[in-house]
Every structure is written in structure tokens, then in C-alpha cells.
Design a protein around this ligand. Structure first.
Ligand code: AMP
Ligand code: GLY
Length: 435
């Protein structure tokens, strides 16, 4: 074995379905040693050592990693990235998966991302940014009609108001500047409304090589028929059957251009670049970039990926991604999110969960934990709004979908709520979307 082929102990930050999916894939690598998670969840804690750690603190994470001989730190969520946790871990001489603070601004500031896109010459919605409520409101009136109002900073997915009318947009501007989103709302981006199906494309990059992963499509609205408030994601599938080869090539080219632009600007992007696209009649346009894996996208992309994730992540850190080969299974993946009644509003916690084993015994089903915990008696209970992600693989889209729903029925907890129409629109084809 060469020096790069050894076993590494891994610290994974985060505690959602995305991190459970990352953990399972990392654990299946021949190179994974001891596994630590912070904060983890009811499922992750059964396969890794949970540690108490302030995951948003660069010093705390770097110190833990150094003191415990960690060889790879994997950062799931955006907040630690934007805080510079990756920078501190790198400075401690430890491999890290996740972009540094400067690169994470692609997600941390909508205005910064827009400016990079402009310089890179990639298509995105026309926009203007404002630091003052009156000027933003004036622009909204000038546009007159549908538009999208976004708080500039991180707002846990809640700082985007898709406004059908001028009145809704004005209310959105007021909401952003009201302080409801904290610092994130001190600057506001107003942009043109785009139409079409959405598509996510996650890619690994070491700042030079970009390896696109499979396409996926999230369902962000809480209610069936894509109605109701935006959520963290209610269900997802991969790949996206309605995407054409030309559209896929454009999305890859856009991401390559952005990474090259960042490099030109002196920003070295190492990690996962998540492009959120609208497939408009004029081709794919960028809705947003995230500096991390998507949640729940990861729960359908990773199960289909044929690669050693530890190798891939170490190569992203080392700048040797060009040597990594990633294959894909032929199967389709559909994942349905089981939530606590009331989500994304207030909901109850601490409800016992049953039936996960029976669901997984169907074969081809993996249940990823999101908002779960083990209570004082060791029972698995609900601990969040999004509780479980039920992912099924099938040889056709329909098979995967049917299996996922069969599995959902076997799982039980008080208040279990889910959308029954995940993937239904894609089955009806491209015509099911307004463009
Ligand atoms: P973002 O966090 O910027 O991706 O926005 C969250 C969601 O709002 C997206 O997934 C879209 O559904 C919607 N959205 C954002 N920007 C636009 C836009 N310019 N036109 C239409 N919908 C948008
Ligand atoms: N699925 C949306 C996100 O991860 O931001």
C-alpha cells in the first residue's frame, strides 16, 4: 500500500438525511476507519460514534480532529462552510471535504454568486440587489408583475419569496427588511421569474476537474400538486427523465465555467458544487448555487453511485480528482420524505417510530434518518420536521416509485405525513410543466 492507500478515521459534520446517506457510503469504503459524527441522529448514532462538538466553530472542529487523529473531515451543511470550518481543518494539515470560506460564498451570498455568474457569462435570471427597502420596492413596482425576492444571506431555505403579483413581492421586500431573516435580510436580491421544470446537478470538483454526478429533482413545496409553503424538500428522484442531452451538457458547461471563473478570481473551490437550474425554453438557467450536497438529493444520488467515496473525497482535497472514476448503476431512485404533521410549521417531537426494518426487508429500500433520536430508553423517536427519507431503487422509474410508497406504508409514527405525488409529474412527461 502506498501512503495514500491507508485507512482514515473520519469526522462527519451534520445530522440530516443527507449526512446519513454520506455516512453509509463512507462506511462502505475499504479505507474508512473509525467514524465520528456531530451531531448525528438516531440512525447515524447506531453506526458511528456521536461526539459533542460545536460544528459551526472552526477552532472546535480543528482541535477535535487534531486530538483524535482524524484523517478526513466531511462537512455536510452550509453553516460550518460559511464560517470557515474547512479553512481551519486544512490549516491543521488534515484533509477536508467542503469548500473554504471564500468559495462557500457561492451559497452564502446570493449577490456574490450572481456577480461570479455575470463574470463567467453563464445564464441566470436578470436581477438587481438592494441594501435599502425603498429602492427595492421601487424596482418591484417598475417590474410590475411576477418576480422573485431573495434575502441575500443564509436563511435556511426560507429567504426566497416567489411572488405572483406586485403586492406579494412588496410584502416579500418588507418581510426581508423587517429583520425576520436576521443579517441574511440586510441585503435583498430581486430577480426575474423563470418558468420550467427544475433540475439539480451536483458535481465534485477540486478546482480544476469537475465530475458531474447524476441529475435529480427535489419537490420543495409542502403539499401535493406543488402547493403550499416551501420546505427543506419533500421528496426527490434521480436521474431526471425529462432532461435532454443538450440540457445536461449545458448544465455541466455552466458549472465548469463557474469553477474556472472562481479560480481566475483566486478562489480554489474544493468540494461539492450544487447547481439548481430552471430548464427554460431558452435552455437551463441557474436559480442558485449551493456549496454542499443537496438534501434530499444526496439520498437518491449516492445510492446509485459506484465509487469509493473516501477515495473521491481525499482526491477532491488533494487536487487529484482527474484520477478518480465514478460509475452509475442503471437503476432509478425515488425518495419520499416522511414528516411530522404540521411541518414546515410547528410540530410535535418524541413520537416512537416503528416499521423501518420491515420497510428495508422489502429489498431495494434504504431508510435514511433525518429528524430522529434515541430516547433515554434507547427507543427511536421523532426529533424533527423531516423525520425519515425512504429511498427505493428500481429497474424502472415506476418500479422505484411504487416500492418507495410501499415502504412508506410500513413505517409508522404518530403524525406521519407525506406527499403521495413524488415523481408523478415527471411520469407525465415534459408537457406537465408550464414553460
Ligand atoms: P433558491 O434557494 O434561490 O433556489 O430558491 C428556492 C426556490 O425558489 C427554487 O428552488 C425555485 O423553486 C424558486 N425560485 C428561485 N428563483 C426563482 C426564479 N428566478 N424564478 C422562479 N422560481 C425561482
Ligand atoms: N434540496 C434543496 C437543498 O439542498 O438546498
Amino acid at each position: 500500500m502506498g501512503e495514500n492507500d491507508g485507512i482514515v478515521d473520519i469526522l462527519l459534520l451534520g445530522g440530516g438525511g443527507r449526512e446519513h446517506a454520506l455516512l453509509k457510503k463512507l462506511a462502505s469504503s475499504e479505507r474508512s476507519g473509525a467514524l465520528y459524527v456531530a451531531p448525528g441522529n438516531g440512525g447515524m448514532d447506531l453506526m458511528a460514534q456521536p461526539v459533542e462538538l460545536d460544528v459551526d466553530s472552526p477552532e472546535a472542529v480543528a482541535t477535535f480532529a487534531r486530538d483524535n487523529g482524524i484523517g478526513l473531515v466531511v462537512i455536510g451543511p452550509e453553516a460550518p462552510l460559511v464560517n470557515g470550518v474547512a479553512d481551519a481543518v486544512s490549516e491543521a494539515g488534515i484533509a477536508v471535504f467542503g469548500p473554504n470560506r471564500a468559495a462557500a460564498r457561492m451559497e452564502g451570498s446570493k449577490r456574490f454568486a450572481k456577480e461570479v455568474m455575470e463574470r463567467a457569462g453563464v445564464p441566470t435570471a436578470a436581477y438587481r440587489s438592494f441594501e435599502e427597502e425603498g429602492a427595492a420596492a421601487e424596482y418591484v413596482r417598475e417590474l410590475g408583475g411576477p418576480c422573485v425576492v431573495k434575502a441575500d444571506g443564509l436563511a435556511a431555505g426560507k429567504g426566497v419569496i416567489v411572488a405572483g403579483t406586485t403586492e406579494e413581492a412588496l410584502a416579500g421586500v418588507r418581510e426581508c427588511f423587517s429583520g425576520r431573516f436576521g443579517e441574511a435580510g440586510s441585503e435583498v436580491v430581486v430577480e426575474e421569474m423563470l418558468k420550467g421544470p427544475e433540475c439539480s446537478l451536483l458535481a465534485l470538483t477540486d478546482g480544476r476537474t469537475l465530475v458531474p454526478l447524476a441529475t435529480s429533482q427535489d419537490h420543495k413545496r409542502a403539499l401535493e400538486g406543488d402547493k403550499g409553503p416551501n420546505t427543506g424538500g419533500m421528496g426527490v428522484y434521480s436521474p431526471v427523465p425529462i432532461v435532454t442531452d443538450d440540457e445536461l451538457s449545458s448544465m455541466i458547461e455552466i458549472e465548469e465555467k463557474v469553477v474556472a471563473q472562481l479560480a481566475e478570481d483566486g478562489i480554489d473551490y474544493h468540494g461539492c458544487l450544487y447547481g439548481g437550474f430552471m430548464l427554460t425554453k431558452d435552455g437551463p438557467k441557474v436559480l442558485e448555487f449551493n456549496a454542499r450536497f443537496g438534501d434530499p438529493e444526496t439520498q437518491v444520488v449516492l445510492p446509485r453511485m459506484e465509487a469509493d467515496l473516501v477515495e473521491a473525497f481525499l482526491a477532491v482535497d488533494a487536487g487529484t480528482l482527474d484520477r478518480v472514476r465514478i460509475g452509475w448503476s442503471e437503476s432509478w431512485a425515488v425518495s419520499v420524505v416522511l414528516t411530522s404533521a404540521g411541518y414546515p410549521g410547528p410540530y410535535e417531537k418524541g413520537r416512537p417510530i416503528s416499521g423501518i426494518q420491515q420497510a428495508e426487508e422489502l429489498g431495494g429500500v434504504t431508510v435514511y434518518h433525518a429528524g430522529t433520536a434515541l430516547d433515554a430508553r434507547g427507543r427511536l423517536v421523532t426529533a424533527g420536521g423531516r423525520v425519515l427519507d425512504v429511498t427505493a431503487l428500481g429497474s424502472t422509474f415506476e418500479d422505484a416509485r411504487d416500492l418507495a410508497y410501499q415502504a412508506c406504508e410500513l413505517i409508522d409514527f404518530e403524525g406521519k405525513t407525506y406527499r403521495h405525488d413524488i415523481g408523478l409529474r415527471a411520469l407525465r412527461g415534459r408537457g406537465a410543466w408550464e414553460v
